[in-house]
Write a protein that binds this ligand. Structure first.
Ligand code: 5MM
Length: 335
């Protein structure tokens, strides 16, 4: 077993998932301002350290995706954040893309940037303790989108990123996110997501990426948030699994979904249903940002010194998702 495959399996072992705490400062500022907390480096750190020192870190959270600011910050005990995460029994990871910018040659579509100087930045992150990395490509669905140009160019960037990350002995999380925004049907989402994922793997293979040493972070197959086409959670699970079976090579060890704007309960319920019908060798789990942090953030904002209370809320959400990753969640476990 390769070293990268061992890391990928460790992150997702026993129903563990990933905490996506890699919001850039702009996004984190929006999240904090939404709950009336000033977005200062200290407040961003305080909220994140509160999560990273919660007890669920050892049994539920196999990895934490950090942002550049956080990986360089020190905990209240004066330890670097990656050390705290390791001591809590989880693995530190880092978002290495520099964000999605307007794609030249298209309108309203984006290309994720960050390849320039990436090899040097990866060496630095590795020294800081990162064991894995993340890069997110975003695609929107409408009549003409995602365009071939967007599908091709984002897949190319994801593959070049992945090859560089593996060269530096870390596991790349490959995140092609087909957004939920829009009027499209679940069928459209199925077709576009399948096309996007297939193209990503075509490029990953071309760039000689070891598929056993990656984790795929896709969206679930959902109808657009403004669509008239409503489908059941059972249909979401069936379509999602069908899409993955058709488009992901069997060598890939694990698939950790993003929540993409679904509510906490919805993303847990859908994950549970997918895990229940999973008849593949892929480990199925979660890599949630909003769906793991929303309630905890709301609770914390009422009293940012209430560490224990905030951790209780976060522990519960992490536990529910870890049960769901094993198909063992049910609604009556929610409080
Ligand atoms: C945590 O949010 C990440 C994006 O942050 P920026 O937009 O500030 O760069 C994002 O990549 C996240 O990791 C994934 O989209 C999954 O998050 P959700 O909230 O969709 O589960």
């Amino acid at each position: 077993m390769s070293e990268l495959n061992t890391i990928a399996l460790k992150i997702l072992e026993k129903g563990k998932g990933i905490l996506a705490a890699d919001e850039s400062t702009g996004t984190m500022t929006k999240r904090l301002e939404d709950v009336n907390v000033p977005s200062t480096p200290d407040n961003r750190l305080l909220f994140r350290e509160t999560l990273f020192s919660a007890s669920c870190m050892s049994e539920c959270i196999g990895g934490v995706i950090l942002y550049d600011e956080t990986i360089k910050q020190e905990s209240s005990k004066k330890d670097k954040i990656p050390k705290l995460i390791l001591e809590m029994g989880s693995l530190p990871g880092i978002k290495v893309d520099t964000g999605a910018k307007i794609l030249a040659g298209s309108t309203n579509e984006k290309i994720t940037e960050g390849l320039d100087g990436l090899r040097e930045r990866l060496k630095e992150y590795y020294k800081l303790g990162a064991k894995f990395t993340k890069w997110r490509g975003v695609y929107n669905i409408s009549e003409n989108y995602p365009s071939k140009l967007s599908i091709q160019s984002n897949a190319h960037a994801l593959a070049r990123y992945s090859a560089l990350v593996q060269e530096n002995n870390m596991v790349p999380i490959v995140e092609p996110e087909v957004l939920m925004d829009g009027e499209h049907s679940a069928k459209d989402c199925f077709e576009k997501t399948s096309e996007v994922i297939k193209k990503c793997f075509e490029e990953l293979i071309l760039h000689k990426v070891d598929l056993k040493g990656i984790i795929l972070k896709p969206n679930m197959i959902l109808a657009g948030n403004k669509s008239k086409d409503k489908i059941s959670n059972k249909e979401v699970a069936e379509l999602t699994l069908k899409c993955l079976k058709n488009s992901v090579p069997t060598e890939v060890p694990g698939i950790a979904f993003l929540s993409g704007g679904q509510s906490e309960i919805e993303s847990t319920e859908n994950l549970n249903l997918i895990s229940k019908i999973n008849d593949t060798n892929f480990i199925i789990s979660y890599s949630y940002g909003r769906a793991l942090q929303q309630s905890a953030l709301k609770f914390w904002s009422k009293d940012i010194r209430n560490i224990e209370g905030t951790q209780k809320v976060f522990n519960h959400r992490a536990k529910m998702n870890t049960l769901a990753a094993q198909g063992n969640w049910s609604k009556d476990l929610e409080i």
